[in-house]
Design a protein around this ligand. Structure first.
Ligand SMILES: Nc1nc2c(ncn2[C@@H]2O[C@H](COP(=O)(O)OP(=O)(O)OP(=O)(O)O)[C@@H](O)[C@H]2O)c(=O)[nH]1
Length: 380
């Protein structure tokens, strides 16, 4: 190779080296790093993927605060079957029936037997007058229908049902006229189970798909309003209440007004039952009723009576029936009384039908009263 050829070769290699070196240097300059035109396939999905925290994805537009649990409302039992379910709760049920049947089935219905029958009836709190009437009817029928045909059980059943009076209107008047709410005014001596009964009535109405509002017009006892609040909460029923010691009539008025404005089906008003004097009670209950009726008529005045208080309870109940026009009786704690005859006595003395019976402390242990089902429970 000639000298000139060697020279060209060296120059060529030098130029090539310079080009390569220049390219490398340009590539290393800051701010000029090449951005790929196609982003890595995973990059966008990394941004949208839910964080791996185990939190459930929220629905768009729906806020779910952490730890929130939707309140579950209870579905109360429908009232139709309650008396049958509760029949074994009638304290001493069967004892009276078995005792009477045993005596009536004797071969000889002598005077001693009739006296024993009378004693049994009186002991069950049926009352003197109804006992005499019943014994008279039984005597006649057993004599006329004779030994051969008389079935002591069916005779006794029929006569007891007659005594309880199946013809009485026992429907609870819960519906108002002209689109107004029905208004149930609940009265009675404190401690008879009045507030509890108001709560149980609310459940009966809810079970029948009616809208309900409760009025805590027993402003005398603050706990009564709280108690009602708890009953209401369980079935989604609101309670209108006022300040402790406030005017009961004003609470009742507000509740019924709200009932009218909101198109509520039934407003149930709980009242205080202090019995310090008849005039005071008359003034208070009279005012409550008058004030309610500026909004809408009272459709039912329900007197709550404790079955375990016997004659004493009846005397107290009578005071209420003189003060306010009672249209029905709720007889509570019949499960704690062996004297089912009180049903007859109370109807006779007050002249109004027993419409509901309390047969326990459970929330659905209040049943519509039915004469035949009651007598069947008594007969066991
Ligand atoms: N065993 C039984 N207990 C009942 C019945 N009805 C109510 N009670 C109980 O009687 C107690 C008194 O009931 P309350 O409703 O607080 O009495 P109240 O008459 O409202 O008293 P005030 O609110 O002061 O008027 C409570 O322990 C009730 O659970 C029932 O039918 N059977």
């Amino acid at each position: 190779m000639s000298l000139m050829e060697w020279l060209y070769l060296v120059i060529g290699i030098a130029v090539l080296a310079l080009v390569v070196l220049g390219g490398v240097l340009v590539g290393l300059l800051p701010g000029r790093r090449r951005v790929p035109t196609t982003p890595p396939a995973e990059a966008p999905s990394d941004v949208l993927a839910p964080p791996e925290t185990g939190v459930t994805e929220a629905e768009p537009g729906v806020e779910v605060p952490a730890g929130t649990v939707a309140p579950t409302l209870e579905r109360p039992e429908r009232p139709a079957s309650r008396l049958v379910r509760l029949r074994q709760r009638l304290a001493g049920s069967g004892t009276l029936g078995r005792g009477l049947l045993g005596l009536l089935s004797r071969d000889q219905l002598d005077e001693d037997t009739w006296e024993a029958i009378e004693d049994l009836l009186l002991g069950a709190d049926i009352g003197v007058q109804p006992t005499q009437e019943l014994v008279e009817r039984l005597r006649t029928r057993m004599r006329v229908e004779g030994d051969a045909t008389a079935d002591a059980r069916s005779v006794l059943r029929e006569e007891l049902i007659n005594l309880v009076d199946p013809a009485m209107d026992r429907a609870l008047h819960v519906t108002g006229a002209d689109g107004n709410p029905g208004v149930i005014l609940v009265v009675g001596v404190n401690g008879t189970g009045k507030t509890t009964t108001v709560g149980k009535i609310a459940r009966i109405l809810v079970a029948e798909d009616r809208s309900v509002l409760l009025a805590a017009a027993d402003t005398f006892r603050a706990a009564a309003a709280d108690q009602l609040g708890t009953w209401g909460e369980r079935v989604g029923v609101e309670v209108v209440r006022g300040p402790e010691g406030g005017d009961p009539a004003s609470v009742a008025f507000d509740a019924v007004k709200e009932g009218v404005d909101r198109g509520i089906d039934t407003v149930v008003v709980d009242t205080a039952g202090r019995l310090q004097n008849k005039q005071g009670l008359m003034d208070e209950l009279g005012k409550v009723k008058r004030v309610i009726e500026k909004q809408s008529p009272v459709t039912e005045v329900l007197l709550v009576l404790d079955a375990t208080t016997g004659q004493n309870g009846l005397i107290q109940a009578k005071v209420f029936s003189e003060v306010v026009d009672v249209t029905g009786i709720a007889l509570t704690k019949l499960d704690g009384s062996a004297k089912g005859g009180i049903v007859v006595a109370v109807q006779r003395q007050l002249g109004v039908p027993v419409k509901l019976v309390g047969l326990g402390e459970g929330p659905d242990d209040l049943a519509p009263f039915d004469a035949a089902a009651f007598v069947d429970a008594l007969l066991g």
